[in-house]
Design a protein around this ligand. Structure first.
Ligand SMILES: NC(=O)c1ccc[n+]([C@@H]2O[C@H](COP(=O)([O-])OP(=O)(O)OC[C@H]3O[C@@H](n4cnc5c(N)ncnc54)[C@H](OP(=O)(O)O)[C@@H]3O)[C@@H](O)[C@H]2O)c1
Length: 282
């Protein structure tokens, strides 16, 4: 270990909501590792300067809303997955250079797998076409899923861009579904897994729900990547209906574990990380 580089952190704006510091510091305490992880509120105008300063003595950073795309232009290298996705959520600093990675997609895949949800050849509908939906769609396509996406009418072009990127980069077709109850209902009759990748239902708007549960067939597995609250209204109602559900905590924990592997080469203590996050969300 380079003893100089023991600083880690997450940067975004706003950043108060982030649970990354609590989760990572619990790992360092448990494993007796001499690292510190802090949250940094960084506005867009200070992004380049912040990255430059981190190059001096940071080991790594997580990047959150709204900088996952913007930060790419200030990095020296970007790994192939993050390049495919077009966004970075993890940076490793080495020899005064900064290299970008994206662990959101793999985090989602691992969360599904640990819930015994198989992905290969499954039909998956993703609601939303923002940063998280991008990472998830690419990774699920790489895992052999048949993905369709639906985004609000006003910004349908986000879904079109994502679909076109996947076609260009992976030569796989991703269907776009109109964001209307009828079209989504029709699509849901054919899918195995539904993933909410929008912030709808997130604290403090916990009574919001992205689609009415009565259009979701009981045999569809429902995942919500929102993790605060742990059980969103979508998951609560889908569960009551009899659907298998997967909450967003698993994805959060696994994307963090993947970052730890990149920074430190360690196999992260997943259960400790999950307990820490769940305790904080109580
Ligand atoms: N569990 C995890 O590890 C994890 C990781 C990353 C993100 N997340 C969560 O995932 C959510 C999305 O994050 P993101 O980074 O992808 O955000 P983002 O880039 O801002 O994208 C948000 C997406 O949700 C759509 N959306 C927003 N409000 C909506 C509404 N009222 N109705 C329908 N669609 C709506 C947006 O549509 P428009 O394009 O029309 O605005 C966009 O497609 C957040 O809640 C975030 O906390 C969880």
């Amino acid at each position: 270990m380079n003893s100089k580089r023991n600083k880690l952190g997450v940067m975004g704006h706003p950043i108060k909501h982030s649970l990354s510091a609590v989760m990572h510091n619990a790992v360092f305490r448990e494993l007796g590792l001499d690292y510190t992880y802090k949250s940094f509120d960084v506005i867009k105008e200070h992004l380049e300067d912040f990255i430059d300063r981190c190059k001096e003595d940071f080991l790594g950073l997580n990047v959150t809303i709204p900088h996952k795309v913007e930060v790419m232009k200030f990095l020296d290298e970007i790994n192939s997955e993050a390049q495919l996705i077009g966004a970075v959520n993890t940076i490793k600093f080495e020899n005064e250079t900064a290299k970008g990675f994206n662990t959101d997609g793999i985090g989602c895949v691992k969360a599904l797998q640990e819930s015994n949800v198989s992905i290969k050849d499954k039909k998956i509908l993703i609601l939303g076409a923002g940063g998280a939906a991008r990472a998830i769609s690419f990774q699920l396509v790489l895992e052999g899923a048949d993905v369709s996406i639906s985004n609000r009418k006003q910004r349908r072009y986000m879904a079109e861009d994502l679909s076109r990127d996947i076609k260009e980069k992976l030569d796989r077709d991703v269907k776009i579904v109109d964001f209307s109850i009828n079209k989504i209902e029709e699509e849901l009759r054919q899918v195995d897994i539904l993933i909410n990748a929008t912030p709808v239902g997130m604290f403090p708007n916990i009574n919001e729900i992205i689609i009415p549960v009565d259009i979701i067939p009981r045999d569809v597995i429902v995942m919500d990547i929102v993790y605060n609250p742990v059980e969103t209204r979508l998951l609560r109602e889908a569960k009551m209906k009899g659907c298998k559900v997967v909450n967003g905590v698993g994805m959060f924990v696994h994307q963090g574990a993947e970052s730890l592997r990149i920074w430190l080469g360690i196999k992260a203590p997943i259960e400790l990380m999950r307990e820490t996050v769940l305790e904080k969300l109580k």
